[in-house]
Design a protein around this ligand. Structure first.
Ligand code: C5J
Length: 222
């Protein structure tokens, strides 16, 4: 096994060939598109859309390098049987999970809004994990997929930085994965949360991961 040093914070990240997966978290229309669920909650979706071209370039580089690409989608069964009341009862009463939205029923599997934006659509052979929670391990097959593929490191991307990216990275770290969060391929509706979210990952000697930008990662993949 060979490894390549990626310039990162708080220290260089040793990228191990054949042991790394790129995880793309929740780049779904419901969160990103104007008029969708994210915007209906009062958020500026432009901040998430900014990530799309950068992430598309990283995904292309990962595909070229033969790195496993895993996409996740947050959402629920049409009967909402996998959505606990603690999650369902949040937000404005007319814009809750399962309610009709501009892109179909909000965050419901099979609806247009639940799927990934066209620019980042998975290609054949890539893994798509449907997750009912914020973290990508909870009630999903992700651990089995990673174990089966011999993955020990994750390049973490997607939205939102402080919610699903953080929850997934924290749990991956607890499960023993080395996580490099790609700073310009994660997005938040809130600039302060984006900044502090990235700071938190790499603080205290990299308390639950490393942070680098996509240029550094793509450079190491070539
Ligand atoms: C949120 C996510 N923010 N994918 N989901 O509810 O971060």
């Amino acid at each position: 096994m060979t490894s390549t040093a990626v310039p990162a914070e708080p220290s260089a990240f040793s990228l191990a060939s054949g042991r790394t997966a790129l995880i793309v978290i929740d780049m779904q229309r419901d969160f990103l598109l104007p008029g969708g669920f994210g915007e209906s909650l009062g958020n500026d979706v432009g901040r998430l859309l900014e990530v799309v071209p950068t992430l598309a370039a990283l995904i292309a580089a990962a595909r070229e390098a033969g790195i496993l690409v895993i996409h996740t989608r947050e959402g629920h069964e049409p009967d909402l049987s996998d959505c606990p009341p603690t999650k369902l009862n949040r937000g404005a009463p007319s814009k809750r999970i399962g309610d009709p939205g501009k892109y179909g029923r909000i965050l419901i599997r099979g609806e247009y809004g639940h799927d990934i934006v066209d620019e980042l659509a998975p290609i054949e052979g890539e893994v798509v994990i449907d997750k009912p929670g914020k973290g990508a391990f909870y009630a999903t097959e992700l651990q089995d997929v990673l174990t089966g593929a011999g993955i020990t490191q994750l390049l973490v991307t997607g939205v939102t930085t402080e919610v699903c990216v953080h929850t997934t990275t924290r749990e991956a770290n607890d499960r023993g994965y080395e996580c490099l969060v790609v700073s310009d391929c994660v997005g938040s509706y809130f600039p302060d949360f984006q900044r502090v979210g990235l700071e938190m990952i790499k603080a205290q000697g990299g308390i639950f991961g490393w942070v680098a930008d996509s240029a550094a990662v793509i450079g190491a993949l070539r």
